[in-house]
Ligand binder design. Structure first.
Ligand code: R5P
Length: 278
């Protein structure tokens, strides 16, 4: 039985269809004092899969509530497609918490599935066995209609993602490299490939404020790129991120449904279904 939380209703429905599994109905509300309440209206079966991304603190509470509500099942898997706080993966200064570790330890289930978690370190914080799935080839498939764009990571940290999306389609990939020309001047451009006259797809695991991507779009346009698209696994798109990207001249924004937004045109349901079947 698939139990979808408030943040992953569409994805849990798609997953239930992929697996031909029962989809539980949940209801939720907020008490006047702000506390979250959730209830699964269908009776738990032996094997339950909870699907709930945690882009907000309340979504994390819902996840914990669902895990507790399903403690009558024999086996519970938590699918957390977007695991919030994964960027807080280490103690950068004394006195700081490793927030992702505190949250990961609180999820008491038999198995965990995440998608392109920001830091591999976080995987070691869960108490249950965890599989981190790669959605980049699904994004690569979506790029087919664009011909042979150049796939570019905005920094070296996202180059594996660019490779994974591009290789599945047999297209070129690169990353933006910063070179110091002098004390005052830095040059940022694709390391190997010339973007002039080419359509470019910038790809990153998360787009949050859109600042990283907006800067990269501007740079590539200055360097003569034709249309610039942005793609991301996790479209956090906080505050005015969409406007920032549009103002920078993005052609279109491609995201997955790990976070359910208007740009979530790629579903990760097939790779989650495959992992659950395996
Ligand atoms: C950071 O390490 C991530 O991979 C993204 O590059 C970052 O979260 C993007 O943030 P923003 O959209 O706020 O620039």
């Amino acid at each position: 039985m698939i139990v979808g939380g408030p943040a992953s209703q569409l994805l849990s429905g798609r997953l239930a269809r992929e697996l031909d599994a029962e989809l539980a109905l949940t209801e939720y509300r907020t008490f006047p004092d702000g506390e979250a309440f959730i209830r699964v209206l269908d009776e738990a079966v032996d094997e339950v899969v909870i699907v709930q991304s945690t882009p907000t603190d309340t979504d994390f509470i819902y996840l914990l509530q669902l895990v507790d509500a399903m403690d009558v099942a024999d086996r519970v898997t938590a699918v957390v497609p977007y695991f919030g706080y994964a960027r807080q993966d280490k103690r950068f200064n004394p006195g700081e918490p490793i927030t992702s570790r505190a949250l990961a330890r609180a999820i008491d289930v038999d198995r965990i599935i995440t998608v392109n978690i920001h830091s591999e370190e976080v995987l070691s914080y869960f108490n249950a066995p965890v599989d981190d799935l790669d959605a980049a080839p699904l994004i690569g498939g979506k790029l087919e209609s664009l011909g042979s764009p150049l796939v570019v990571a905005p920094d070296m940290g996202a180059v594996d993602l660019a490779r994974s999306a591009a290789e599945s389609m047999g297209i070129e990939y690169d990353y933006l490299e910063k070179t110091r020309i002098s004390g005052e001047e830095v040059q940022i451009k694709p390391k190997k490939v010339d973007a002039r006259g080419r359509d470019v797809v910038l790809i990153d695991d998360i787009i949050s404020t859109g600042g990283t991507m907006a800067e990269a779009i501007n740079l590539l346009k200055q360097q003569g790129a034709r249309d610039v698209y942005v793609a991301t696994v996790h479209p956090v798109l906080a505050q005015n991120a969409i406007t920032r990207l549009m103002k920078a001249g993005v052609k279109s924004i491609i995201g997955t449904d790990t976070i359910e937004k208007g740009v979530s045109a790629v579903s990760v349901a097939p790779i989650i279904a495959k992992a659950l079947q395996e």
